[in-house]
Design a protein around this ligand. Structure first.
Ligand code: NAD
Length: 499
């Protein structure tokens, strides 16, 4: 019988009651390996009720004790790393080493959450007026929710729930229905770490569950990561329903290559960041912008032999460099974009379509593809492909190159490769993009900084993790106090001043 993946509510597995399920594939073989329950609004509502009850008690637990749960959880995830990584790889399709990276980057946010007592300390002004002190405190919001994409099924849930829970909230996680097993395992490990039942709940589902979250009056904040159209929908609908919303969207990140860059390093970085994880990373570098014809020719000459060596493999094969894409539908979409590029007049230098892996003929594989002479007016350039496809857009000078990411509708990440500190500094300061790498191809900030793009890559004004995450998952209260000495104030009916 096909394995069933249940919701996880009030500390235990909760079989779905909707009768609706989603198929969970093994992208390397193309086989359905499990069925995941898809929640109704009523099932979501029951999870919120549980969370509400649990949250009141959890918020009363002191921050240091809450942090201890996070310390224990970090240890448990590390102890279970191999099992988690294999489970993740078998549902997502990324290779095991990459799956471990996914988990590790999430754990770094858990480490940040271990320091929550320090992050929650408020501010205090003694003597703001005669005998008057002012202080502020950060309090949890209550029940909050996270809606996550398929491409980082460990890291992105951990970005959200570790900070939210450490701050004293209860959390409803609606993970991607394409690879839902690891989020459930993480919730089980949180329980094992000592989290009270009901503080972290996993409710699987599709649009119906998302809409139920967006309309539920007791969910105070929604953190979303996914594609831009859905991010915008979540942002608008959530805000209309009075919720605090942060909604991260898609991306099309550029790598600008100046003539003085170390080309061997650039090629190594580009291959890893354009083709790694089959290009299914929001911080991938799918666009290379060599500056000057000579740089472009040098780049292509060095890239081609590297691309030839790249072949996708079974995600559980330790020798595979990258795995299949997540679904047959996604493979079709990516291959559609490759055809679009050809139709638009770009030069397809390497065509990865129709790739078949012996013994895995039904897997969702795409070979690496390379386009040259892509131009900014092409739709295949403007839109996110999210596959193992690298597009080269040639630029004559740095000014022309820098305009590309700045004017692109997406603004998640960008990288510049150069030996010139001055050029890099100017570029980093002026580019209209949220996260910048200088000779760093995938500039995902460390956990105690903060993650977030600009333009269509993020809706809402608060980033993920770091102090931005703490701000998102707490509300600030400011207290102005006076302990009268006994004299009656003579101006009781005017606005008090501190004079
Ligand atoms: P997606 O938008 O299809 O799904 C994201 C979530 O939204 C899932 O939980 C899904 O169940 C839900 N959803 C899907 N369709 C919906 C609908 N019509 N109404 C309401 N909810 C819906 O994204 P995906 O394919 O899972 O993930 C890939 C996308 O995520 C890419 O665009 C990638 O760039 C983006 N991403 C962005 C970041 C970032 O931080 N900016 C990080 C990772 C991924």
């Amino acid at each position: 019988m096909t394995r069933q993946i249940h919701h996880f509510v009030n500390g235990k597995a909760a079989p779905g009651t909707s009768g609706r399920t989603g198929e969970v594939f093994n992208p390397s073989t193309g086989e359905v390996q499990a069925l995941v329950a898809l929640a109704t609004g009523a099932e979501l509502g029951a999870a919120v009720e549980t969370a509400k009850t649990a949250q009141a008690a959890w918020a009363a637990v002191n921050p240091q004790r809450r942090a201890r749960v996070m310390f224990k959880f970090k240890q448990l995830v590390e102890d279970n790393m191999d099992e988690l990584a294999r489970l993740l790889a078998s549902e997502h399709g990324k290779v095991v080493a990459d799956a471990k990276g996914d988990i590790q980057r999430g754990l770094e946010v858990v480490e940040f959450a271990c320091g929550i007592p320090h992050a929650l300390k408020g501010e205090y002004t003694e003597g703001a007026g005669p005998g008057i002190d002012v202080y502020s405190m950060r309090q949890p919001l209550g029940v909050v929710a996270g809606i996550t994409p398929f491409n980082f099924p460990a890291m992105i849930p951990m970005w959200m729930f570790s900070v939210a829970i450490a701050c004293g909230n209860a959390f409803i996680l609606k993970p991607s229905e394409k690879d839902p097993s690891v989020p459930v395992r993480l919730a089980e490990l949180m329980m094992e770490a000592g989290l009270p039942a009901g503080v972290l709940n996993v409710v699987h589902g599709d649009k119906e569950a998302v809409d139920a979250i967006l309309h539920h009056p007791d969910i105070k904040a929604v953190s979303f990561v996914g594609s831009s159209d859905i991010a915008q929908y979540v942002y608008v609908t959530g805000a209309q329903n009075g919720k605090r919303v942060q909604a991260m969207g898609g991306a099309k990140n550029h790598g600008i290559i100046l003539p003085d860059a170390d080309m061997d390093q650039v090629v190594k970085d580009l291959v890893g960041s354009a083709y790694g994880s089959a290009g299914e990373r929001c911080m991938a570098l799918p666009v290379a912008v060599p500056v000057g014809e000579e740089t472009a020719e040098k780049l292509i000459a060095k890239l081609l032999p590297e691309i030839e060596r790249l072949a996708p493999g079974n995600s559980l094969d330790p020798d595979a460099i990258y795995g299949p894409v997540v679904s047959a539908a996604h493979r079709e979409k990516v291959e559609g974009y490759i055809q679009m590029g050809v139709d638009e007049g770009a030069e397809l230098v390497v065509d990865g379509r129709g790739f078949s892996l012996q013994g895995h003929e039904n897997g969702f594989f795409i070979g690496p593809s390379l386009f040259d002479h892509v131009t900014p007016d092409m739709r295949s350039y403007q839109e996110e492909i999210f596959g193992p496809v690298l597009q080269i857009v040639r630029a004559n000078d740095l000014e022309e190159a820098a305009r590309l990411p700045s004017e692109h509708p997406y603004g998640n990440g960008v990288a510049i490769f150069t030996r010139s500190g001055l050029a890099a500094r100017e570029f980093a300061s002026k580019v209209n993009v949220g996260m910048v790498g200088i000779n760093v191809p995938i500039p995902v900030p460390v956990a105690y900084h903060t993650f977030g793009g600009w333009k269509r890559s993020a809706f809402g004004d608060t980033n993920q993790h770091g102090m931005e995450g703490v701000k998102f998952f707490t509300k600030i209260k400011t207290v102005t106090q006076r302990w009268p000495s006994g004299e009656v104030a003579d101006q009781a009916f005017v606005i008090p001043t501190m004079g």
